[in-house]
Design a protein around this ligand. Structure first.
Ligand code: PD2
Ligand code: ZN
Length: 272
């Protein structure tokens, strides 16, 4: 379905008048449009309406609305800040999906590695003591449905995403503060960027509740995100000017009690 020119102009005009995206979605639905179609149309206008096309500059965001209706469920935004662009959404995954990802990954877990600054080879590092594995893109029907949900949320094409990575932290395990974007000034960073360009955004999906510790921390912001089963943390590694954002420095705090399971998805600037 394609939105006709009058409706496209109506969206652009009302966004420029600072009308909320939610009210525009509601009005479109009252006029017979499908809710998800309306959300996508408004999202597209928000992105293309900005001076230079955000997408081409690697800017990836989530529409500024209170909730999104994706695959028959209401996904509610519970918190967001704008600089850097960080969004927390509850109930992105069901309990069943969280449990299935953990059990499907268990037999493939191996000590986690970090990106080398010298080459494409990753390496083990004292600063990262979790165990992890990667699903290839669309590897199972469950992974495929989560990737398509991420696409509806961010409007970023599925083929720009790295495979979903599952991480398991036992007591004491952590991931010290780091950046997810590649450092263009290192050989390793340049080599990684040759395929798919920069990591423009990170999504962390929390697969379980952690008894104590295991928060995702942003030391430059004084922000701690507590793991909550089914919730998702999104942050954009790129600012509005298309530059990497050092305020996204983040880490996984040590687990003190229980264990921590997450699944991460990195979105790339180009097809990956
Ligand atoms: O463990 C975490 O909470 C976390 C958060 C953000 C891990 C990563 N990023 C990562 O593995 O890069
Ligand atoms: Zn990270």
């Amino acid at each position: 379905m394609i939105l006709d020119k009058d409706w496209q102009d109506w969206i652009v005009e009302n966004l420029s008048l600072q009308c909320s995206a939610t009210s525009l979605v509601d009005l479109m639905v009252q006029n017979g449009f499908d809710r998800q179609f309306s959300i996508n149309a408004i999202h597209n206008s928000m992105n293309t309406g900005i001076e230079t096309n955000c997408f081409a500059r690697g800017v990836c965001s989530i529409p500024e609305i209170n909730y999104l209706r994706i695959a028959d469920s209401n996904i509610k935004v519970s918190m967001r800040i704008s600089k850097p662009d960080i969004v927390i959404i509850d109930n992105f995954l069901s309990d069943y999906e969280c449990d299935a990802i953990m059990s499907e990954s268990l037999s493939r877990l191996a000590p986690s590695e970090v990106v080398s600054v010298h080459s494409l080879e990753n390496q083990l590092h004292l600063h990262r003591s979790s165990h992890g594995m990667y699903f290839s893109r669309c590897e199972t029907p469950l992974i495929e449905s989560i990737e398509s949900r991420i696409n509806l949320l961010t409007n970023y094409p599925i083929d720009h995403g790295e495979g979903i990575q599952v991480l398991h932290y036992k007591i004491g395990a952590e991931y010290r503060p780091h950046f997810d974007y590649f450092d263009e000034n290192t050989l390793g960073g340049q080599k990684h960027m040759m395929q798919g360009g920069q990591r423009v955004a990170t999504l962390v999906m929390y697969l379980n509740n952690v008894e104590q510790g295991g928060e995702t921390i942003f030391p430059e912001l004084g922000l701690k995100v507590f793991p909550k089963k089914g919730a998702i943390l999104f942050f954009s590694n790129i600012n509005n000017q298309g530059q990497v954002e050092p305020l996204t420095l983040h880490g996984g705090a040590p687990v003190f009690k229980g264990e921590k399971w997450i699944a991460t998805k990195w979105l790339r600037q180009y097809k990956y």
